[in-house]
Design a binder for this molecule. Structure first.
Ligand code: IPE
Ligand code: IPE
Ligand code: MG
Length: 247
């Protein structure tokens, strides 16, 4: 039985997710951490399906942070293997749903087989334009902003840009994926109330939904609930509520 998506007034173009809680799910279910991550991969599939049903154009998932390199080598190795395994198993679904895969992060830090597998999947899906899955892999927002700053400083050093001409657009244009619009909604699973170095620039005005659900338990119904919650938010962007008049 397929679950009907709710009818919603506003559908965000871009939803970003901090997929947290795989380890806690594993512990609660008497499984290894890597089994928790594997079950979490199923949630990515479910969320992609739900997002496509609703008409969300871009889904970004935080899969591995720059800080996650501090984890034990065995867990890092298990995760790297899982990235390849997941692409082998699910790449077909990207084609079926015409989803373009993009990566943001320090892809050069990834082991060569992982990088090659990802690059192949990116090449093979690059002609799709209806939906995009962005995987934040070896991603850290501070590294991203530092990298953007270096590029802008280089333009200043070359004499092609004046410091006083540096605008917000210059910064946006030098981030990893400048053509992707900012997320309107950011969902974090497992209850932690922090950003953990995720998309600090792009999330400036995103609505944030934090759920206690652990990532492997986060499926279509939970995604729809988060979208409903988003629809209850009043987005003012610093201005006054339009219903209150302007005098
Ligand atoms: C999120 O789950 C996945 C990654 C960070 C790779 P965790 O592994 O952080 O799970 P918890 O937070 O230990 O439960
Ligand atoms: C954030 O989760 C990173 C990812 C989901 C990939 P973490 O589990 O690494 O974050 P902290 O350590 O709780 O901040
Ligand atoms: Mg965690």
């Amino acid at each position: 039985m397929t679950l009907q998506p709710p009818s919603l007034k506003t559908i965000p173009q871009h939803v970003a997710l901090i997929m947290d809680g795989n380890g806690r799910w594993a512990e609660a279910n008497g499984k290894s951490r890597i089994e928790g991550h594997r079950e979490g991969a199923q949630s990515v599939r479910a969320v992609l399906r739900a997002a496509a049903n609703l008409g969300v154009k871009v889904v970004t998932v935080y899969a591995f942070s720059t800080e996650n390199w501090k984890r034990p080598p065995s867990e890092i190795e298990g995760l790297m293997k899982l990235f390849i395994e997941s692409l082998n198993t699910y790449e077909e679904e990207l084609h079926n749903s015409q989803i373009r895969l993009r990566i943001m992060g320090q892809i050069e830090r990834l082991p060569a087989p992982v990088r090659k597998r990802i690059e192949k999947a990116m090449r093979q899906t690059e002609h799709y334009s209806a939906h995009t899955l962005v995987i934040a892999l070896s991603y850290g927002a501070r590294t991203e902003i530092t990298h953007a700053t270096q590029q802008i400083a280089q333009a200043v050093a070359n004499g092609t840009l004046q410091p006083s001409d540096i605008s917000e657009e210059h910064i946006t244009n030098n981030l990893y994926l400048p053509d992707i619009p900012d997320p309107e909604l950011m969902i974090r699973t497992s209850g932690e109330l922090r950003l953990s170095n995720f998309m600090l620039w792009q999330l400036s005005y995103a609505e944030i939904v934090v759920t206690d659900t652990l990532w492997p338990d986060f499926r279509e119904p939970q995604f729809y609930e988060a979208l409903k919650e988003f629809n209850h938010r009043k987005r003012r962007f610093g201005a006054l509520d339009s219903t209150k008049g302007s005098s």
